[in-house]
Structures are given as structure tokens and as C-alpha cells.
Design a protein around this ligand. Structure first.
Ligand code: NAD
Length: 484
């Protein structure tokens, strides 16, 4: 199979925060990969813009080192690295002052696609938007890319949307959620809407429940004080897990087109029931001999912030009435796994007798560590001795099924940045979606804030608090084992 690289128009991409962690770890290595794939027109330029005082040469050295660390395959490709670094330049700008803006105005061209990536803290989004206009750099065709967190509640998200709307239209704003850029997430839509097999079964009549898990092994050390203002609900559920839930639960859009898809996602968020206190479990990880506890890392012994959360969620519409969605995410867990598991119902009657029954079908959509989709089906156990049934996986792991192309799937960031250049907003969140997500999340957070409820302590390296297991046991179900 020959990989198809769809060319994009020539562009100027300005990365505000171009010296920061995200730029060095994800954005620039991602752009390097697209450069190597021949997807970057010769006349395209990448301009790093940040507070540090440095020139083009120093910036290229910084990014060369970042490639060495975060795209290690680049070490064997010195010509490509040199060609890519040649596209880079640097402008020192102060997002909250006047320094550097006239210099930037001279550099950014008006006759190519203009994209401005706001890879800076959210307090700078407004000042950047304002200055891009005040200095006549942005045009009505420019695009801006906004990183999470997009607000910390409904009120702040509305304020942020309003500030951006003063300078840019919704069609110019790309709110990035890198989970949506993952190959598997798009494949989930291909599997759902590109086959007749699944859609007729995709409802409460045939689906028993859905589990969405994002488990991390890392803790919050190093950024504990920052994380403590947020917690798992704000940091992960309000954006990543809810976006995955929307893609699973949404009605088929009429076209794979930005507003058609986002309209359907919005309807799901609006159909979410409020969550009761006994449908939420929150936890904080304990210390090990070598690693600090959440409370120590957060430098706040009285913290009520959760490093783990599990929720039982209901969607009140015809398709999903009666099918719960269980969401969980946490830090310092046993393994690093992101997956969605769609558990189908058991067959209504076992013609082979109850002893021969095997587990119901399950569709596992795995985002991390190895992307792929697996459907468990029941077959006869081979050999004589009667009709014994076993569950076997029908594996659609891309690396195996698609050969070399399956292994070289672009990283989420590089795909999404290219979508920005192409002007395709399908995989980006719309302002009303973000606000609706906060409108659902806020009362849940308020519930435990008002109650002053302490999260449960759980062992580092475990699967989370026991109470999260009970959340499912109560319903006669259990979480799929977190394993890599
Ligand atoms: P960082 O602290 O490493 O980098 C911040 C960048 O902003 C630096 O380049 C700095 O020079 C620049 N900056 C700060 N103040 C400035 C000013 N007044 N004028 C001009 N430039 C200024 O931060 P980061 O980790 O790269 O994160 C950037 C954004 O991306 C944040 O909003 C963060 O929440 C979000 N984000 C980061 C990650 C990640 O993995 N790092 C993941 C998801 C989202």
C-alpha cells in the first residue's frame, strides 16, 4: 500500500510559546515528520515567537536539540534536519507588551495561509488575539490554534470565547484536543459509519454498557501545585473523555464535515443526565517508598483535588436510554492505557446450554499504547469433546493489517496541525461544545466542593480506589483489566 501525502498550500505558521515544552516535545517534532513526508511546500515558514532573547541561529540549535530528544530517528537524517531547521526563524515578542510585534508584522506574509498557534498559558490567549489585530498581522483568513485548558468552568470559558470572538470568527478558531487527532479515533468513525455491521447494533437494545478509560502511570510531581488547581475532572474528563464519549454516542452526521459532526457531538453533551453523588468516585494516590503521594506532590496537605475519577453517566435519548457509560481516568495507575470498550449484550438464549456460554462480544478501541481496534467474538473451542465456546479477538491493529503504512501513522499533533493549514475544523472543538461540556461538568464539581468531600486514598500502581470497582459491581459489571 502506498502512503498518500496530500499536499497543503504554502503557509506561515507562527508558534507563540515556540521555546516551550509543548512546542519542543510535540509541535516541532510533528512538523518535522510532515516535512520529511514531503508535505511542507518549499516556501512555507515556521516562526517561533516567545519571550526569550535569542536569534534565528540559537532557535534552530534549540529545536535541533529538541528533535534529537523527541524525534530520535532524526539523528540518522542530518540532511532532513538541516532542511527543516532552515524553515525556522525566531522573533522575540512580549504577549502582554509591545516588544517584537512590528518585527513579527514584517515577517508574516499576507499572501499565504497564516496560522498562529497559541502554545502559551491561557491568560495570554486574549492579549495575543488583541495584538495580532492591533498590529494588523492577522487577516480575516488567518487561523488561530488554542491549547487546553479552555477555561476552568462555564463562566471562564464563555469569557474566553467572547474575547476571541472580538477578533476572530468561529471559522478561524481551532480548539485543539489531541485525542481527536489519534488515528484510532478517526478509525472509530470509519468502523461505525463505513460498515453496515455495527450501526444497527449501536444502541441500548444491543449495547449493555460502554467503558472509557484513560489510565496514566505518571504522577503530578513537578507540576503538582499547578495540577492541584485543576484535577482529573477538569484536566481530562471535561475535554478528552467527553470528546470520546461524544464520538461513540453521537448520531451519524449527514456528512463528515465540521459543523455536521460538531452538531451531533453537541446534542450528546446536551443529553447527558446530571450525575448524582453516588455515581462518582474520586481518589488521590498514596506515596511509595520512592515516590511522593499526591498530597506531597501538590504541596497541599489539605487538598480536595482528585488525581483519579470514575463516573457513571447516562445519556437521555432514544438511542442510549438504559445504557450506562462508565468513565475513569487517573494518575499513578498500574499501566498506561487509553481505551474505549463497547460491551454488547449477551445472546438472548444460549442454544448450547448455560455451561457453554462465553463472554458477550466486546469492541475494544485502543488509543494507547498501541493504537488499534479489536472485536471479541465467540467461536467453538477447537477439538473434540463437545461444544465448548471461547472468545477470540478479531484484531484490526493497524501495524499488522496495513503493513508499513499502519506503523507510520502520523502523530495526533502533526495531523491536527496539517488540518489547520488545510482549513478543516472537523476534529476541533467548537465554542458551544466547550461551553456545553462545562455546563455539564460545573454542577458535578460544585457538588463535591460544597460537600467538602475528601478524595479516597489509593495505592500507587493499583487500578484505583476499590470504590470505583464497586461502582460497577453494584450494576453486576466490572471494569476491563488495565493492562498493556
Ligand atoms: P511552557 O511554560 O513550557 O512554555 C511557555 C511558552 O510561553 C514559552 O515559550 C515562553 O517563552 C512563552 N511565554 C510565556 N510568557 C510569554 C509572554 N508574556 N510573551 C511571549 N511568550 C511568552 O508551557 P507549555 O508546557 O509549552 O504549555 C503551553 C500551553 O499548552 C499551555 O496552555 C498548556 O496548558 C498547554 N498544553 C501543554 C501540554 C504539554 O504537554 N506541555 C499539553 C497540553 C496542553
Amino acid at each position: 500500500m502506498v502512503s498518500r501525502v496530500i499536499p497543503v498550500d504554502s503557509f506561515d505558521l507562527v508558534i507563540f510559546g515556540g521555546t516551550g515544552d509543548l512546542a519542543r516535545r510535540k509541535i516541532l517534532p510533528g512538523l518535522f515528520h510532515r516535512f520529511c513526508a514531503g508535505q511542507m511546500p518549499d516556501t512555507s515558514c515556521i516562526i517561533g515567537a516567545a519571550r526569550a532573547d535569542m536569534d534565528d541561529v540559537a532557535y534552530r540549535t534549540l529545536i535541533g536539540e529538541a528533535l534529537d530528544e523527541f524525534a530520535p530517528e532524526s539523528r540518522a537524517m542530518p540532511d532532513d534536519v538541516a532542511g527543516f531547521l532552515d524553515r525556522l526563524s525566531y522573533v522575540r515578542v512580549d504577549a502582554t507588551g509591545d516588544a517584537g510585534w512590528s518585527h513579527l508584522a514584517k515577517k508574516v506574509r499576507k499572501d499565504v495561509v497564516q496560522a498562529f498557534y497559541f502554545s502559551v498559558g491561557p491568560s495570554l490567549f486574549g492579549p495575543l488575539a488583541e495584538r495580532l489585530h492591533a498590529h494588523a498581522i492577522a487577516t480575516s483568513q488567518s487561523r488561530i490554534v488554542i491549547e487546553k485548558p479552555f477555561g476552568r468552568d462555564l463562566q471562564s470559558a464563555r469569557a474566553l470565547n467572547a474575547t476571541l470572538a472580538e477578533h476572530f470568527t468561529e471559522e478561524q478558531i481551532y480548539r485543539i484536543d489531541h485525542y481527536l487527532g489519534k488515528e484510532t479515533v478517526q478509525n472509530l468513525m470509519a468502523v461505525r459509519f463505513g460498515n453496515v455491521l455495527f450501526e444497527p447494533l449501536w444502541n441500548a437494545q444491543y449495547i449493555d454498557h460502554v467503558q472509557i478509560t484513560v489510565a496514566e502511570t505518571v504522577g503530578v510531581a513537578g507540576r503538582g501545585a499547578y495540577y492541584d488547581k485543576s484535577g482529573a475532572m477538569r484536566d481530562m474528563v471535561q475535554n478528552h473523555l467527553m470528546q470520546l464519549l461524544c464520538l461513540i454516542a453521537m448520531e451519524p452526521p449527514s456528512f463528515f464535515e465540521p459543523n455536521a459532526v460538531r452538531d451531533e457531538k453537541l446534542k450528546v453533551i446536551r443529553a447527558l443526565d446530571p450525575v448524582a453523588a453516588d455515581q462518582v468516585v474520586r481518589g488521590q494516590y498514596k506515596a511509595t517508598r520512592n515516590t511522593p503521594s499526591y498530597l506531597e506532590a501538590a504541596e497541599n496537605p489539605d487538598s480536595l483535588t482528585e488525581s483519579y475519577i470514575a463516573l457513571k453517566v447516562h445519556i437521555s435519548n432514544w438511542r442510549w436510554k438504559g445504557t450506562p457509560f462508565y468513565l475513569r481516568t487517573g494518575k499513578r495507575l498500574k499501566s498506561r492505557v487509553s481505551e474505549i470498550v463497547v460491551h454488547f449484550k449477551e445472546t438472548p438464549h444460549s442454544i448450547f446450554g448455560d455451561e457453554a456460554r462465553s463472554a458477550a462480544n466486546a469492541l475494544v478501541i485502543r488509543l494507547q499504547p498501541d493504537e488499534g481496534i479489536e472485536l471479541s467474538v465467540t467461536i467453538k473451542e477447537p477439538g473434540p469433546g463437545g461444544m465448548r465456546l471461547v472468545n477470540v479477538p478479531l484484531d484490526m491493529t493497524f501495524a499488522e493489517a496495513l503493513g508499513p503504512d499502519g506503523e507510520n501513522v502520523p502523530d495526533a499533533y502533526e495531523r491536527l496541525i496539517m488540518d489547520v493549514i488545510r482549513g478543516n475544523q472537523t476534529l476541533f472543538m467548537r465554542g458551544d461544545e466547550v461551553e456545553a461540556a462545562w455546563a455539564w461538568t460545573d454542577p458535578i464539581i460544585e457538588m463535591w466542593t460544597t460537600a467538602g468531600k475528601k478524595p479516597i486514598q489509593y495505592d500507587s500502581g493499583s487500578t484505583g480506589p476499590e470504590e470505583a470497582m464497586i461502582l460497577l459491581h453494584r450494576d453486576g459489571r466490572r471494569w476491563r483489566e488495565i493492562e498493556t
